[in-house]
Design a protein around this ligand. Structure first.
Ligand code: RIB
Length: 311
């Protein structure tokens, strides 16, 4: 299924170096791990791939390095139905890198070297202003320079393009950016950074959503891992339950949710149905290892939804 509505994703590209360990190393400790792999990742690229594989008409604004892995990633993005003409290869820069440990209970911790992602400048955003204006939705995360994210959101808002912000990784954000956002999709940690509310349960999620609504954001989607998402539209909140699966690793689970959720919205689904669709895509992703290798195609999500029941 392909939507006639256009999506632009602006964000990062990383090469993920992933190692599975029994537990995360303590300071000074060396551990032997297993399942070492280099997989294509980066929050922006993962979300672009999730949208492409879900059936969106999607263009990706991003920067990668002048290296072999950058060229391979660009080729793979095109195979994942992502329009790559707004991806810039930056001379004398290397592609972003993420070093990722996964523990025995499928949690991860990540260290990042931005590399070429740091070169996604406001000038580069301006060069692609028409692309942003031509879309119905712009999906952003926080692994590229903040001033460029704000510049892109401004262009979108002035052209009535819906702005969806996945505020990951967690950090405080200026009101200037939050004012430009139509839909925000933090996880519990990111919700804490933005609102000061510790999200353990639905009541906390409703409180965090209330704070984000008070900043002018109409739709708040707080992702809560296997429990699903708290969807709050103009202050009316509900839990959209997740699906029961056996997790291998959760790398790119949130990214998969975001890409699939926005794709479904652009197809005209309600936020509730889009969240259920995103939950299904994320549930499949956590049963597989790696970032982009774990992202499901549309047929897989539809088949999953036909066979699974919500928790
Ligand atoms: O959200 C997962 C992503 O975060 C990984 O692919 C890694 O590159 C980091 O950006």
């Amino acid at each position: 299924m392909s939507s006639s509505q256009k999506l632009v994703v602006l964000g990062s590209i990383n090469a993920d170096h992933i190692l599975t360990l029994e537990h995360f190393p303590h300071p000074g400790q060396t551990l032997t791990g297993h399942n070492y792999q280099v997989a294509f990742g980066g929050k922006g690229a993962n979300q672009a791939v999730a949208a492409g594989r879900s059936g969106a008409d999607i263009s990706f604004i991003a920067c990668l390095g002048e290296d072999a892995i950058g060229a391979q990633i660009k080729q793979q993005l095109a195979q994942d139905r992502v329009d790559t003409h707004a991806i810039q290869t930056v001379a004398q820069q290397s592609t972003g890198v993420a070093l990722i440990f996964v523990n025995a209970v499928a949690e991860n911790c990540i260290g990042i070297c931005a590399g070429a992602n740091a070169c996604l400048s406001t000038d580069y955003v301006q060069q692609h202003a028409e692309l942003i204006r031509s879309a119905q939705a712009l999906l952003l995360q926080l692994e590229t320079p903040l001033e460029s994210i704000i510049a892109a959101a401004k262009i979108a808002q002035q052209a009535n393009v819906k702005v969806i912000l996945n505020p990951a990784p967690a950090r405080e954000l200026p009101e200037e950016l939050l004012r430009l956002v139509d839909i925000i999709t933090p996880n519990e940690t990111e919700a804490l950074s933005l609102t000061g509310v510790i999200v353990h349960d639905e009541k906390d999620a409703a409180e965090a959503a209330y704070v984000l609504h008070s900043k002018g954001i109409k739709t708040v989607v707080i992702t809560m891992g296997s429990r699903g998402v708290w969807l709050s539209e103009n202050g009316q909140g509900q839990l959209v339950a997740g699906f029961k699966v056996k997790a291998v690793d959760t790398i790119a689970a949130g990214d998969t949710f975001n890409g699939a959720f926005v794709t479904a919205l652009l197809e005209g689904k309600t936020a509730l149905d889009a969240a259920r669709f995103g939950n299904a895509a994320a549930a499949i992703a956590v049963t597989r290892s790696g970032g982009q290798p774990s992202v499901p195609w549309r047929e897989e999500i539809d088949a999953f939804l036909n066979t699974q029941t919500a928790l």
